[in-house]
Design a protein around this ligand. Structure first.
Ligand SMILES: [Zn+2]
Length: 321
């Protein structure tokens, strides 16, 4: 597996622009990335026996908002996006989730937006079919946390009917207990009650939901890692075989161009911002020290690669082959 460093990446973007190929192509780090987006999925091995498939679910072109990163101006945010070679006109919140084949099982890690969040997201079912996988093939769903872009893909839009009724759905006990607490809805401002109501109308009545705790092996070679802060019980998943591993970091780092480049920037969507920052720094330190492959839900596509030191911050270098 090879990665492209940021300087090569910026150079390749400049090369693409020089050829007059502007538009969305200009932000792609390589032809491998363009190919992966076209196919809708990207697959790689962990060790010799675990296959990891990333699925591209699309993008939310979020309008800039001065509250998105408290204490950081829209201009500073735009400058960070530009430095990473991204379009600075909006916040490019991309979605990519994961299927893992291990121990004879097909495991989904998070379930995407289900086309219920942004008109430009909800593409993952195309990528899944392109990879030769149908929803009926999914044995287990691992949920990192209960934000809409990670769980709406488990529910039909109008009816809340299950998309994976025959799979076992495994959710972290801390996250589950937070969202299903009977007094939660009354404590939330009105604008934030909808998600909690939908969670309470679905998960507790589904018979195929079980819970895991931090440190537990939730499937062959996959261990839950408590990484709280983004939400009350956010979980990362370590996928390991022999000496090889990849860490599915979920939303710990959100957008690398912003929160890896500036480890002290905090995100409006982080429930406990100080805890989220502490968690982010700890995982970045581990990933760099041990040269671990990481895959992030909002890292763009392909969403798998290495974190490296870059000036005062860090940069995510996606795989290119
Ligand atoms: Zn997310």
């Amino acid at each position: 597996m090879t990665t492209l460093n940021r300087r090569q990446f910026v150079a390749s973007v400049a090369g693409v622009s020089a050829l007059g190929l502007t538009g969305s192509l200009a932000i792609l780090p390589s032809t491998a990335a363009a190919d992966a987006r076209k196919k809708g999925y990207y697959s790689y091995k962990v060790g010799s026996d675990i296959e990891v498939i990333s699925l591209y679910d699309g993008i939310w072109q979020k309008a800039h908002d001065e509250n998105f990163i408290p204490g950081v101006s829209v201009e500073e945010t735009q400058a960070a996006l530009k430095k990473a070679g991204l379009n600075e006109e909006f916040i490019p919140i991309e979605f990519a989730f994961t299927i893992i084949r291990t121990g004879g099982k097909t495991i989904l890690v998070d379930a995407g937006t289900g086309g219920q969040l942004a008109p430009t997201a909800g593409l993952a079912s195309d990528g899944m079919s392109a990879a030769g996988i149908t929803p009926a093939d999914i044995d287990t769903v691992l949920v990192s946390h209960f934000h809409p872009d990670h769980i709406f893909g488990l529910m039909e839009k109008e009816t809340n009917a299950q998309v994976y009724p025959n799979a076992e759905i495994l959710v972290g006990e801390t996250e589950y207990n937070f969202w299903t607490a009977p007094d939660l809805i009354g404590k939330l401002p009105e604008g934030r009650q909808g998600l909690a109501k939908r969670i309470q109308a679905t998960f507790p009545s589904w018979k195929n939901v079980n819970q895991y705790s931090g440190g537990q092996e939730v499937a062959p070679g996959i261990t839950a890692v408590d990484t709280f802060g983004h939400t009350a019980g956010h979980t990362a998943f370590r996928v390991a075989s022999g000496d090889d591993q990849t860490l599915l970091v979920g939303d710990i780092m959100n957008l690398p161009a912003l929160f890896l480049a500036n480890l002290d920037w905090q995100l409006a969507f982080d429930a406990d911002k100080d805890m989220a920052t502490k968690t982010r720094k700890a995982i970045v330190a581990e990933a760099v020290a041990d040269n671990i492959n990481v895959a992030g839900y909002h890292f763009g596509f392909p969403n798998s690669g290495k974190i490296e030191k870059d000036g005062n911050g860090y940069v995510f270098n996606p795989v290119t082959g």
